[in-house]
Design a binder for this molecule. Structure first.
Ligand SMILES: C[S@@+](CC[C@H](N)C(=O)[O-])C[C@H]1O[C@@H](n2cnc3c(N)ncnc32)[C@H](O)[C@@H]1O
Length: 211
């Protein structure tokens, strides 16, 4: 195996061809200072949504809709994406992104609010996939909610699982990094999930709920 993986890394990140609606959403994200998922992360989300035959997906962190456009591309044609964000202005832009991706309005349910206020109102075991890409300080609690929301065979996906390299650096002991590191380690120990951690983008951890 080559010692320096930098070239392979950038090739992998540039490999997907991003749908034009996601490109537009990405341009809006840059204007508004929103950190959107990388194209490789978006392509991974699309693949995972297709792999679990997702009809009902919850996303924490709508942003301007980059991740949402990719998710909709992998979901069943009548699937509904419920996406939560604390910023209604970002969701207004995301709504345009979803329309430009050709998604009917009925396919998206955008809820403005704090994730930890909204998630408890969603139904138990009613979702095929939960994607967490919101406030990193809330990830641990959002994971508990996600396992409640998922059906058996449903998939939890957490973006920025490596917190831009900080999780892997033992010298980083700030509370946010310690909390993210704890989430990653605790998921690995769960007996009700099959888990893997991928280096895509800023790290993606995926956990399939098996019981
Ligand atoms: C990393 S961005 C999401 C990017 C989006 N997933 C994409 O790829 O296009 C994080 C988002 O979480 C939202 N956010 C921050 N704190 C939140 C909270 N407590 N509850 C819900 N959303 C929150 C921010 O407004 C921001 O849009």
């Amino acid at each position: 195996m080559a010692a320096d993986k930098t070239l392979s890394w950038s090739f992998t990140e540039d490999y997907p061809s991003e749908p034009s609606a996601a490109q537009l959403a990405r341009a809006h994200a840059a204007e508004l200072g929103v950190d959107a998922v990388s194209p490789a992360t978006g392509a991974l989300f699309r693949l995972l949504a297709a792999a679990v035959g997702a009809r009902s997906v919850v996303e924490v962190g709508t942003g301007t809709g980059v991740s949402g456009v990719w998710l909709l591309g992998g979901m069943a044609p009548d699937g509904v994406l419920t996406s939560i964000d604390i910023e209604p202005e970002y969701q207004r832009v995301a709504r345009e992104s979803f329309a430009s991706a050709g998604a009917r309005p009925a396919r998206t349910r955008l809820i403005a609010g704090r994730a930890l206020d909204v998630l408890p109102r969603l139904a138990d075991r009613a979702y095929d996939m939960v994607v967490i890409d919101g406030d990193p300080a809330e990830t641990a609690e959002a994971v508990d909610e996600a396992f409640r929301l998922l059906r058996e065979g449903g998939l939890l996906v957490i973006n920025d699982a490596l917190a831009r390299g900080q999780v892997a650096d033992p010298a980083r002991r700030d509370p946010l990094t310690v909390s993210k590191r704890g989430v990653v380690k605790e998921l690995r120990e769960r007996e009700d999930a099959v888990v893997t951690l991928l280096p895509t983008g800023d790290g993606v951890i995926a956990a399939l709920k098996v019981r």
